[in-house]
Design a protein around this ligand. Structure first.
Ligand code: SF4
Ligand code: SF4
Length: 220
């Protein structure tokens, strides 16, 4: 018997909304263009209404990369929060993304119908969930025990291929940000948002502050 297709797998999703509640969802420029079109909005309107900055900080080995910097260059108020959250590396990589606004749930989740209001065009990050780990042999039922889908299905080769494609696209996106700058990758950028470390929001950030960090990282 053939393994289930991605469509069959996602038909099993219970639309409980737990993933839409727990995670900060980011989009790529190509995805945002498609989503704005779905809602018959310009990209500028969609960005202003629905998005925020998401700046992920990850430990890094050196200051050699155009998006990495020594942690002494991180403003004290943010650095203290990073340390309190367990960050201990001397260097940090700054990964600027655009994500969806969120209160209790992602702005696109409708609690009345318990469904995504843009299911047809939701980002790959959502389409792939819960099968998003870089580890091939992860026990998804254990790692995401809140998710019914993770308990009843296993990722297929089709899912692994989609994961690989998503990783390549993310890598290309960050390479483009490093080479061309954020404002050349995004036509429209939200003016404020959150800093994320280890999957948790630790602080807010404005676009001006982010641009200062990126300039410091590039010109070090
Ligand atoms: S993917 Fe899992 S957690 Fe998300 S809505 Fe479906 S069943 Fe719920
Ligand atoms: S875009 Fe849709 S599927 Fe993704 S987190 Fe938001 S509501 Fe959930």
């Amino acid at each position: 018997m053939n393994p289930p297709s991605a469509e069959q797998i996602y038909a099993i999703c219970k639309t409980c909304g737990e993933c839409c509640k727990r995670y900060a969802i980011s989009v790529l420029p190509r995805e945002l263009a498609r989503e704005a079109k779905f809602f018959k909005l310009s990209e500028k309107e969609f960005t202003a209404i629905y998005t925020r900055l998401l700046v992920q900080i990850v430990p890094f080995s050196s200051g050699q990369h155009p998006l990495s910097l020594h942690t002494s260059m991180i403003p004290q108020n943010v650095w203290k929060k990073l340390q309190a959250a367990g960050f201990s590396s001397d260097y940090a990589m700054i990964l600027p993304m655009v994500g969806f606004k969120k209160k209790e749930y992602c702005v696109f989740f409708d609690p009345k119908t318990t469904s995504c209001t843009m299911h047809e065009v939701k980002p790959a990050q959502c389409t792939l969930f819960p099968f998003t780990s870089v580890e091939k042999n992860i026990d998804y039922a254990k790692a995401y025990d809140f998710c019914e889908l993770s308990r009843v299905e296993k990722p297929t080769n089709e899912i692994f291929a989609a994961q690989d494609a998503q990783r390549v696209e993310m890598r290309n996106y960050f390479d483009a940000v490093a080479e061309k700058g954020l404002s050349n990758v995004w036509k429209n950028i939200p003016n404020a948002g959150d800093i994320i470390y280890n999957g948790k929001i630790i602080s807010t950030i404005t676009l001006n502050e982010l641009n200062e960090w990126l300039a410091a990282a590039k010109n070090k």
